[in-house]
Design a protein around this ligand. Structure first.
Ligand code: SF4
Length: 400
């Protein structure tokens, strides 16, 4: 596995696979073939939801002289693009790119080769290593990660806080045809007026998740955790513990590292891409990461941390990706808030029930991936089914 740094990328929303990945590819094409004419063929999920995910807009900003074509071909990757480079009328190069999730790309058949820094690739292997060598989970992470990882994680947490704070104070309507009202500010103000402590806490947690989701949907600067669409879950939980419970920043950074390790295991053994495995791979992974971080912050054992991450993923199995109109807004933003609450609930259950469990984290990750592969492709970020379909039908009927 790679460094946990690769799980958390600071960049612009609204989508790691539909915005960050294609932007990275366009930058590479521009650097290799500057001042040419370009045509970009977008396939499948990118063709169907690229407008709402701002794919076309970011590529246009980088390449300028560019035209687009959209194609459906289920024999290629769900997030495939082909960059055609022209010198006047003559095609000089065709570059296939796959945007594989979390902002990572395979460019012209070459995936960036990273030296794996972890020897273990499953949670079971990590646990065995830890027990054999009498290490703590943090000792284990620190054994492999360079010191600069923790400096980077500080930067990551500071961006997470900044995104939440900006989102909490911004009002108005999100970009796009849906005219979705921003809700973070109203939720936050409502929370402040509440007397009931636990309702107040839950409403604040939701407000933090909405704040990041809304910043992401507006193309704001945020952190993938592990993707843009699911970027509100982990920051909401960490910000809540930091601001409301007063846990020191050093501990929060360690919890971020634990969440990164969980995200890394999911990337290694499954997928974090909604176009590959449905929303269970995005929101399910984010919830799992947040549950592990919260369990770590509450002093839970490695078994309890594993169980928290497992519970958090288990109850998202089968969750489809059906963004209305192709925008990362409905159901995405609300899903982040619900998942933040669920992450804490998973950690609380794990604390009490860990010694009765039958399912391991590795098993749930394998199950999530297989479920995603078996899922009908229309439920994997195409906006052709689920909520996206019924919303579109309703809009059509209103126009008759
Ligand atoms: S429905 Fe889930 S996977 Fe799909 S775009 Fe929204 S957050 Fe991402």
């Amino acid at each position: 596995m790679k460094s946990i740094k690769s799980v958390f990328k600071i960049g612009h929303g609204p989508s790691s696979s539909h915005t960050m990945g294609p932007a990275k590819a366009a930058q590479k094409v521009k650097a290799l073939y500057p001042n040419k004419l370009y045509k970009v063929v977008l396939y499948n999920s990118l063709a169907l939801t690229g407008e709402g995910h701002l794919t076309l807009m970011v590529i246009k900003e980088i390449l300028k002289n560019v035209t687009f074509e959209k194609q459906i071909d289920l024999s290629v990757h769900p997030n495939q693009l082909v960059f055609e480079v022209y010198d006047h009328e003559t095609l000089i190069k065709k570059i296939p790119v796959q945007s594989i999730g979390g902002g990572e790309i395979i460019f012209d058949g070459n995936q960036t080769v990273y030296e794996p820094i972890y020897h273990e690739t499953t949670f079971d292997e990590i646990k065995a290593f830890i027990f054999e060598n009498k290490l703590s989970l943090m000792d284990y992470i620190k054994k492999y990660e360079a010191k600069d990882t923790f400096t980077y994680l500080e930067e990551v947490f500071s961006q997470m806080c900044h995104t939440i704070e900006e989102g909490l104070t911004t009002k108005g309507v999100l970009p796009g045809e849906l005219m979705v009202q921003r809700k973070a500010n109203a939720l936050y103000n409502n929370a402040l007026s509440l007397k009931d402590g636990s309702l107040k806490d839950r409403t604040l947690l939701s407000a933090y998740a909405f704040a990041t989701g809304e910043q992401n949907a507006s193309g704001g600067l945020m952190v993938t955790a592990p993707t843009c669409g699911a970027s509100g879950v982990l920051p909401a939980v960490l910000y809540f513990v930091y601001k409301i419970e007063g846990v020191p920043k050093k501990k929060i950074i360690e919890a971020l590292a634990v969440a990164g390790l969980i995200g890394n295991l999911i990337i290694q053994n499954a997928s974090i891409s909604g176009a590959v495995a449905g929303c269970q791979a995005e929101i399910g992974s984010a919830c799992s990461m947040a549950a592990s971080a919260y369990a770590y912050l509450k002093g839970e054992t490695i078994d309890q941390i594993e169980y928290a991450a497992e519970i958090a993923m288990e109850h998202y199995l089968g969750l489809t990706c059906d963004p209305v109109g192709g925008y990362v807004q409905i159901p995405c933003i609300e899903r982040n808030a619900v998942a933040a609450t669920r992450a804490i609930n998973a950690s609380e259950l794990a604390l009490v029930l860990f010694d009765t469990r039958k399912i391991s984290f590795d098993m749930i990750v394998k199950t999530m991936y297989q479920t995603g592969l078996d899922m009908d492709s229309k439920y994997k970020e195409t906006s052709e089914a689920g909520l996206a379909y019924f919303y579109k039908e309703l809009e059509k009927r209103k126009k008759l």
